[in-house]
Write a protein that binds this ligand. Structure first.
Ligand code: FMN
Length: 179
């Protein structure tokens, strides 16, 4: 199954991208694609600009990437308690193609930050609005204190509680209904 992963951040070395990628390796049988949101450069959304330019190619590509996946793992970076401007902007553009941006794909939401809060505020916000955006939300996990929990050499989460939560979350994407 094709699992699309990304960090909801345009940081090149995004810790959320690393977390999303690692979690995808825990999905049995996953074929993993990792998006880098820094490749999705877009002007700031405005309805006026939208009238001028329509749907920008980067927003269409992002929407189509989700559409071609069997499952999605996104990890939210938190800026001042909320989404990064880069993700919110891409999401706003994509939502004008179809409000169901996640197209009913089975999805795992994650979040992490260097601090003890683990970007829990943005994760709560994303969970609260998931139903409006076609997210078939299977699990949500926040990983606090990223740099203590993650081993950069192996690119793995080693902290036992976080690892157990991530394994359980990843397995929800592998579950199949038996016809
Ligand atoms: C403008 C700004 C605001 C931030 N606000 C928060 C915050 O509200 N909560 C938090 O846990 N970390 C916050 N951080 C720290 C980020 O969690 C940290 O930079 C993290 O690496 C971002 O994730 P990323 O590496 O995936 O981009 C902030 C960082 C920046 C640059």
């Amino acid at each position: 199954m094709k699992i699309l992963t990304f960090g909801a951040s345009n940081t090149k070395n995004s810790i959320n991208k690393a977390l999303a990628r690692f979690t995808a390796t825990l999905v049995p049988g996953a074929e993993i694609e990792v998006l880098d949101l820094s490749d999705y450069d877009l002007p700031i959304f405005s309805e006026d600009l939208e009238k001028e330019i329509g749907q920008p190619p980067a927003a269409k590509t992002f929407f189509e990437k989700i559409g071609s996946a069997d499952g999605v793992i996104v990890s939210f970076a938190e800026h001042n308690g909320s989404y990064t401007a880069a993700y919110k902007n891409l999401f706003d553009w994509a939502s004008r193609i179809d409000q169901k941006v996640f197209q009913d794909k089975p999805t795992v939401y994650l979040s992490t930050s260097p601090g003890p809060g683990g970007a829990g505020s943005v994760l709560a916000s994303a969970k609260g609005s998931a139903q409006f955006f076609g997210v078939d939300l299977k699990a949500a996990v926040s990983v606090p204190n990223f740099y203590d929990a993650f081993d950069a050499e192996t690119a793995r989460i080693n902290e036992p509680n976080a690892l157990a939560d991530l394994i359980a979350a990843a397995e929800t994407l592998a579950l199949r209904e038996i016809a």
